[in-house]
Design a protein around this ligand. Structure first.
Ligand SMILES: NC(=O)c1ccc[n+]([C@@H]2O[C@H](COP(=O)([O-])OP(=O)(O)OC[C@H]3O[C@@H](n4cnc5c(N)ncnc54)[C@H](OP(=O)(O)O)[C@@H]3O)[C@@H](O)[C@H]2O)c1
Length: 235
């Protein structure tokens, strides 16, 4: 029996999916009596409520316990088989089971807990990467950089286009998507284009001046140019 505690976007999606796969499953909300819980528990409340839920249920008949947070690890569950299984996917609402197919889950836990997480992810037709138990923040930061920081980059392009009074930036977003797909296909070094790949110092310096005028610093520009040179030199 799998028990999902927290009927939100992730919890309801997991519930839908395990149910579709004919796994016996229960979904618990805040007001439900949890004292008859037995089996595997996945806590899908907001991150800050996970430990309180665990305090509430830890003396019940629980076989293994996990949660879906990207940043919390699962040490605090103690000796019981425990895990965290974090989906690398944005859930803006509860989804149908098909949406979970091939999602990559970041998992960590004790050795028995990791086996539970792997089995659950197999049932969901997902894939996984294993995170060392005290490295969850680094794991999550990588996701934040790959997903959220790209918003910051697009915002910077938009600021520059505002300067030249062009409103529509969709073609820049398309350029970004093509570049990301190239990275997937050819790797960072193989996909690299632009002034750094040509070692075009004139362009790099002219654009550095403009960057400074518009954004008021050169540190960010220099940091990125340096990273691009590291890619070019394959460090
Ligand atoms: N959403 C995403 O894209 C995403 C992606 C990856 C990982 N995650 C992780 O998945 C977990 C759930 O996120 P979410 O976005 O699904 O959150 P959510 O939509 O806010 O859902 C949380 C649910 O838990 C309920 N809840 C709170 N306290 C409870 C309790 N004591 N007992 C039972 N239910 C309780 C909430 O009810 P109330 O609304 O009444 O408080 C709500 O229905 C988090 O750890 C999050 O970090 C989320």
């Amino acid at each position: 029996m799998i028990n999902i505690i927290g009927p939100g976007r992730v919890g309801k999606t997991l519930f839908n999916c395990f149910k579709k796969k004919n796994i016996s499953i229960k979904l618990f909300s805040k007001d439900d009596d949890k004292s008859n819980i037995s089996g595997i528990v996945i806590i899908t409340t907001q991150d800050e409520k996970i430990k309180n839920v665990w305090t509430e249920i830890k003396n019940y008949n629980i076989e293994a316990v996990g949660h879906c947070s990207g940043i919390l690890d699962s040490n605090f569950f103690g000796d019981i088989p425990h895990f965290s299984m974090h989906p690398n996917f944005p859930f803006s609402s509860p989804l149908k089971c098909d949406a979970l197919k091939n999602i990559v889950w970041g998992i960590e836990g004790n050795s028995k807990g990791i086996e539970y997480a792997k089995n659950l992810i197999d049932i969901l037709d997902g894939k996984y990467v294993i995170i060392p138990q005290n490295k969850k923040v680094l794991y999550h930061l990588a996701a934040v950089i790959a997903s959220n920081f790209s918003y910051g980059l697009i915002k910077m392009s938009k600021v520059l286009y505002n300067e030249i009074e062009i409103d529509n930036i969709n073609h820049l977003i398309d350029l970004s998507i093509i570049s990301l797909n190239n990275i997937k296909e050819k790797g960072l070094k193989g996909a690299l284009t632009g002034p750094v790949s040509r070692n075009d110092l004139y362009t790099i310096n002219k654009e550095r001046e403009e960057f400074n005028k518009i954004f008021g610093n050169v540190e960010v520009y220099d940091f990125f140019i340096d990273l691009l040179y590291k890619i070019k030199e394959d460090e």
